[in-house]
Design a protein around this ligand. Structure first.
Ligand code: CTP
Ligand code: MN
Ligand code: MN
Ligand code: MN
Length: 356
């Protein structure tokens, strides 16, 4: 741990993609508070304030020491001298917590929105609608039989408990095995890489993200269709949404693009069968009871397919974090993430340092 006094605030980049940010967060007390405030502003459609607090969180996460006095923040980017942000920091330094943040946590609108968006397929628009309709709990939403749930929201409610409980590293590895085996059935030389939070070193996630490519991969290759068809036949598929590539449009000359989001992808919910660790207890169950034991868990999985030549860009983009991502990238030839950083004249940042 670095002492605050020997730390040069001026060396902290104003760009998140250049700040080495590991999962070792010395300022959780502050960043948790900022996250709540950012979310509350988002629920109230105040995007400017929401972004200000998200940026402050991102900066504080990269500090190699715990902030204990206001002076520690001097010279840091995004610490919003104009906003009320510093008042929160002061309150937390002095009181250990912020009363205003506690107020947000007990706020009816905040609590309801928080609940509603925890359902897969529910965003701000639906939350707003349900809130206006007078709903405050998921039970109230479930009980209203006149509500039309979307194709996403139905499995969202059906598998709610599974989906809100986080995905462990062990579960991610089990899913990884299934994805690898299935993809290689159709594409023996496929490269299947775990991306997202798990590639950045996180021990839990809300889903498991994969990037798939292969040297001979044709653009029209039907790999995702084949994978989905097989899982469907095997009874492993609880939900899927196949999104075609918009890559050709993105490649049009002189168009600045979000290079990350143009690949063919599939958002899905997979039925992960869990090995029963305790065999003795299950063998004592009566046959009729055995059927009642749920031995699987619904897991959110994202599959992305990129052409081989774009693998490095896709890998960088789907590793995240969202805050760490470079935007307005142009496609240059790059075989690796290192080459992309070099092309842009940036210092290379390792995946586990991209937790901005
Ligand atoms: N991403 C993207 N476009 C999307 C969704 C995701 O480019 N429409 C990228 C983002 O860069 C993100 C990464 O894919 O960082 C993984 O997204 P996500 O699974 O939502 O976030 P994680 O960082 O993996 O965090 P979590 O543990 O919550 O899954
Ligand atoms: Mn993820
Ligand atoms: Mn996420
Ligand atoms: Mn994801």
């Amino acid at each position: 741990i670095v002492k605050a006094s020997s730390f040069v605030a001026g060396t902290v980049s104003q760009y998140a993609c250049q700040r080495r940010t590991t999962l070792n967060n010395y300022n959780k007390k502050f960043t948790d508070a900022f996250d709540i405030l950012a979310e509350n502003y988002e629920f109230r459609e105040n995007e400017v304030s929401s972004l200000a607090f998200m940026r402050a969180t991102s900066v504080m996460k990269c500090l190699p020491f715990t902030v204990v006095r206001m002076k520690d923040l001097e010279g840091l980017p995004c610490m919003g001298v104009r906003s009320n942000l510093l008042l929160y920091v002061q309150e937390i330094i002095e009181e250990g917590e912020s009363s205003r943040v506690k107020d947000v946590l007990t706020d009816e609108r905040y609590q309801s929105f928080k609940l509603f968006i925890s359902v897969f397929g529910v965003g701000l628009k639906t939350s707003e609608k349900w809130y206006r309709m007078g709903f405050r709990t998921l039970e109230e939403v479930r009980a209203d039989k006149t509500l039309k749930l979307s194709r996403m929201q139905k499995p969202g409610f059906l598998h709610y408990e599974d989906l809100v409980s986080c995905v462990s590293k062990g579960e991610a590895d089990a899913v990884s095995l299934i994805v690898n085996n299935t993809v290689r059935t159709f594409l023996p030389d496929a490269l299947v890489t775990i991306t997202g939070g798990f590639r950045r070193g996180k021990k839990i996630g809300h889903d498991v993200d994969f990037l798939i490519t292969s040297p001979g991969l044709q653009e029209e290759e039907e790999i995702l269709h084949k994978v989905i068809d097989l899982w469907e036949k095997q009874g492993l598929l609880l939900y899927y949404d196949l999104v075609p590539s918009t890559f050709e449009q993105a490649k049009l000359p002189s168009r600045k693009v979000d290079a990350f989001d143009h690949f063919q992808k599939c958002f899905l919910i997979l039925k992960l069968h869990q090995q029963r660790v305790d065999t003795s207890s299950s063998s004592t169950l009566k046959e009729s009871d055995k059927a009642e034991v749920k031995d699987w868990k619904a897991i959110r999985v994202d599959l992305v397919v990129s052409p081989f030549e774009q693998y490095a860009y896709a890998l960088l983009g789907w590793t995240g974090s969202r805050s760490s991502n470079l935007n307005n990238m142009i496609f240059l030839k790059a075989k690796s993430e290192e080459e992309i950083f070099a092309h842009l004249g940036l210092d290379y940042i390792d995946p586990w340092e991209r937790n901005a």
